[in-house]
Design a protein around this ligand. Structure first.
Ligand code: CP
Length: 313
């Protein structure tokens, strides 16, 4: 595999989940594979889980890891061709991507959506520029529109916990005081399209995700109805897609409570705002899978890095 940019780069989800669970059972078994190889993690935005789990995954595979907070410490990058660079941008991505490629065998990038310019966000400017100009494989650690390492970790968690061949899985919007991107929700939807599940999306009107991603998925605007007989409730806030980047509602009726959840398992990618998105009683209960989801981020990243390492010349 050359790059891991979206869930669509997964050729067989059940094989990948099986591989991840095998790596989880014995994380150091392929330590020799990454010996002498370096991964460079470039963060244009904050992170806890992605930063640490991807490093841990690389260490399990015997790799050396370089991490750079590019957003705060790198030169401001120019992305457009032919620009007269007489303003604030000090370096063109053409040079930057080729230079980082001299130091790394794999480059992983986190670059969130701006939520102010839909067209620019959808062009995946940072990720695609590195893909174009870097000479080594690229891994998406959450871009403007997708978070495929999270989605693979979620698939691993579902596989570990589910007792049914076709569980009912609900993706629910929940309130949040700030405008958040669509990346986690998008990739979860794409991953569910590869799963055998009764999948329902619930959100207030105005919070429809990109229809090119949801592709006719079952949408139920009544959250309680959507939760009926659910086995898993995956919760995430996202801002409006049609009224791009806007917070249209902070309706606390959508906060996840124990009563609403019933017997379902609770999933969230973290970080999560307690008693806004979800009640303490849910997060602190046995029904919450959030810590195991975070744990599985290591094996999600390790599966991806292993596949890339195996395909390096
Ligand atoms: N879920 C997730 O990507 O967490 P971080 O933003 O902390 O990396």
């Amino acid at each position: 595999m050359k790059n891991y940019l979206s869930v669509n780069d997964i050729d067989n989800l059940s094989d990948w989940v099986k591989e991840a669970r095998n790596l989880k059972a014995n994380p150091n078994q392929f330590k020799a594979l990454g010996e002498g190889k370096t991964i460079c993690l470039l963060f244009f935005n904050n992170s806890l889980r992605t930063r640490l789990s991807t490093q841990k995954a690389a260490i399990h595979l015997g790799m050396d890891v370089i991490v750079m907070n590019f957003g705060g410490e790198g030169w401001a990058l120019e992305y457009n061709d032919g620009t007269v660079m007489d303003q604030g941008k000090a370096e063109h991505v053409k040079e930057a991507a080729q230079v980082v490629s001299q130091y790394a065998d794999i480059i992983a990038i986190r670059a969130f959506a701006s939520l102010t310019d839909k067209k620019k966000d959808e062009s995946e400017e940072v990720l695609n520029a590195f893909k174009k100009y870097a000479t080594v494989p690229i891994v998406n650690m959450e871009s403007s529109i997708s978070h495929p390492l999270q989605a693979l970790a979620d698939a691993i968690t579902l596989d570990e916990v589910s007792t049914k061949k076709k569980p009912k899985v609900v993706l629910s919007w929940a309130p949040h005081p700030r405008a958040l991107p669509h990346a986690v929700a998008n990739s979860f939807v794409e991953m569910m399209q590869l799963q055998n599940a009764d999948f329902v999306i619930t959100h207030p009107k105005g919070y429809e995700l990109d229809s090119r991603i949801t592709k006719g998925a079952h949408i139920e605007h009544n959250q309680n109805k959507a939760f009926e007989n659910a086995d898993f409730v995956y919760v995430k806030n996202w801002s409006s897609y049609s009224d791009y980047g806007k917070v249209l509602s902070e309706d606390k009726e959508w906060t996840i409570t124990k009563e609403k959840l019933g017997n379902a398992k609770f999933m969230h990618c973290l970080p999560v705002r307690r008693n806004i998105v979800v009640a303490d009683a849910v997060l602190d209960s046995e029904q919450s899978l959030v810590i195991e989801q975070a744990n599985n981020r290591t094996y999600s990243a390790q599966t991806v890095l292993k596949k890339i390492l195996e395909s390096l010349p």
